[in-house]
Design a protein around this ligand. Structure first.
Ligand code: NAD
Length: 493
């Protein structure tokens, strides 16, 4: 049984417990406390107290502490990746990479955060000085999903801390263990209360934090549905809401694409983390003249992929996160088939496993834009292929979506690539290299994906407010100060 990490200590209590289940074996691997509103309040008190001193700590000292955090994360890479695989199902090698990206994010913001704190502005008159300073909001709540539990934590915690905020983390109830496992790293390098970790259900302790008058900014990565609900709660309090929500990314293959490369890239983008990535390729649009050949190659790659426990080094694709997710994917595929779609491979739970939430990598054709499978976010290893007539047609279909996270294209035709880049509504546009992130490149979505950004300089600005300072170094009477009363010769008297 784990505990919550509040004010630099483990909060031991007799809370109700929530089991954490390994999706590959369905075994209960641990329990976490089902945190309450009283726990939320404790965490807020600790974070508020810590904020009084943390915000004033010089940026260089904050940076040293974040670099030290990054070093310890790297030292614990193997151990953390193992826990992440057990609780989330993602293959070990992908989790090992995730830990490295987490450390890199702490290093990146350690540097960015000490680089600038506002800007100097041209004054409107001589002997005046104008500048902006960026200030922290106060207590930031980070609400995290299960698909990249540490990475999406880091994208919030590292910039929020360098901006001078303190943080309360609420990891997903599906994958809380890896976050709790790094509490001692935070404890070694940060003063008590600067980072706190509470556990439990979103609608209980998560919502208590959102509603608490002592929290100043709610940063959520999660579904559109959760984002709308939390966004409304924040609006009612005029509290800052940072939302990184669902996606439904198009993947476009033009007639000039190298089909060997594009088919492998497409399978990787659609099946990575069992298709449970916010930027997974979820709608595949292929130019008509190459569609048959591309489809054949994709099916060949999909059939070659090995499904299994993520701890097994041979595994390419792990299980889905839980039974609910597996049933959701099953029902979407079933509905699409009923409405005329054809399954070329997969399309069912894997018969090879007695336990675990394993669904076969699936390639489908004859799918239609309006099918639920295509039109809403399907979080699973499904690769639905649609044929398109040309670049204008594909841009129209790509834009026919409530989401706007990412978009991909495979082509060397500059005119097509640039037309798609300019006209498709998406926060990230990848040309010939899907899903590659860059700490310096802002990441986030348009439309209902939310309008926030993580990473890059934009990613730290999400966690700080701008104050404009106006200074006149010469004290003098201004001619426009009710001058009539004092100066009988003033104009208009
Ligand atoms: P989710 O919305 O179910 O849960 C996300 C988090 O919100 C969890 O920690 C949950 O406990 C919490 N939560 C739920 N209800 C809450 C409430 N009422 N008050 C406070 N907290 C609450 O999402 P999920 O299933 O964990 O993750 C998958 C979703 O996340 C997908 O839609 C995916 O696209 C999205 N996602 C988006 C990005 C991005 O950067 N845009 C990245 C990863 C995942």
């Amino acid at each position: 049984m784990r505990h919550q990490w509040i004010g630099g200590q483990w909060l031991k209590s007799n809370r109700d417990r929530i089991p954490v289940i390994d999706p590959a074996t369905e075994a209960v691997i641990d329990h976490i406390p089902r945190g309450t509103a009283a726990d939320a309040d404790r965490a807020v008190q600790a974070a508020r107290e810590a904020f009084k001193t943390w915000r004033w700590l010089p940026a260089v000292e904050k940076a040293q502490r974040l670099h030290a955090t990054a070093r310890d994360l790297r030292t614990r890479q193997k151990e953390l990746a193992t826990v992440m695989t057990e609780e989330g199902g993602k293959p070990f090698c992908e989790n090992r990479d995730e830990v490295e990206w987490v450390a890199a994010c702490f290093d990146y913001y350690a540097e960015i955060g000490r680089n600038s704190r506002g800007s100097s502005l041209p004054p409107v008159a001589h002997h005046q000085v104008n500048f902006t300073i960026k200030e922290p909001y106060g207590v930031v709540v980070g609400i995290i999903p299960w698909n990249y539990p540490l990475l999406l934590m880091a994208w919030k915690v590292a910039p929020a801390l360098m901006a001078g905020n303190t943080v309360i983390l609420k990891p997903s109830e599906e994958t809380p263990l890896s976050t709790l496992d790094i509490a001692d790293i935070f404890g070694a390098h940060l003063p008590p209360g600067v980072v706190n970790i509470v556990t439990g259900l979103g609608e209980e302790i998560g919502e208590a934090l959102v509603r608490h008058s002592g929290t100043d900014l709610i940063a959520l990565t999660g579904s559109v549905e959760t984002g709308k609900h939390i966004g409304q709660l924040c609006a009612a309090q005029v509290k800052k809401f940072h939302g990184e929500l669902g996606g439904n990314d198009p993947f476009i293959v033009c007639s000039d694409a190298d089909l060997e490369i594009a088919s492998r890239a497409c399978c990787w983008a659609a099946f990575l983390n069992t298709g449970q990535v916010c930027t997974s390729a979820k709608r595949i649009y292929v130019f008509d003249d190459i569609a048959d050949k591309f489809t054949q190659q994709v099916v060949k790659v999909a059939k070659s992929l090995r499904l299994g426990n993520g701890l097994d080094t041979d595994t390419d694709i792990g299980p889905l996160i839980n039974r609910r997710q597996m049933e959701d994917v099953e029902s979407r595929v079933k509905d699409a088939v009923r409405d005329g779609a054809k399954v070329l491979c997969g399309g069912c739970r894997s018969p090879k496993f007695k336990k675990g939430f394993f669904y076969e990598p699936t390639v489908m054709v004859n799918v239609k834009q309006k099918m639920r499978l295509v039109h809403t976010e399907t979080f699973g290893p499904i690769l639905p292929i649609m044929r398109v007539k040309g670049i204008d047609h594909v841009i129209e279909l790509a834009n026919d979506s409530a989401y706007g996270l990412g978009a991909n294209i495979y082509t060397n035709n500059m005119e097509w690539a640039m037309a798609a880049m300019e006209r498709i509504t998406a926060g990230t546009f990848w040309i010939n290299d899907p899903l590659t992130d860059n700490d310096a490149g802002p990441f986030g979505g348009m439309r209902q994906t939310g309008h926030s950004r993580e990473l890059g300089e934009e990613g730290i600005d999400e966690f700080r407010e701008t104050k404009h300072v106006h200074l006149d170094y010469k004290q003098e009477l201004k001619p426009y100060w009710y001058s009539k009363q004092y100066n009988k010769d003033a104009p208009g008297v």
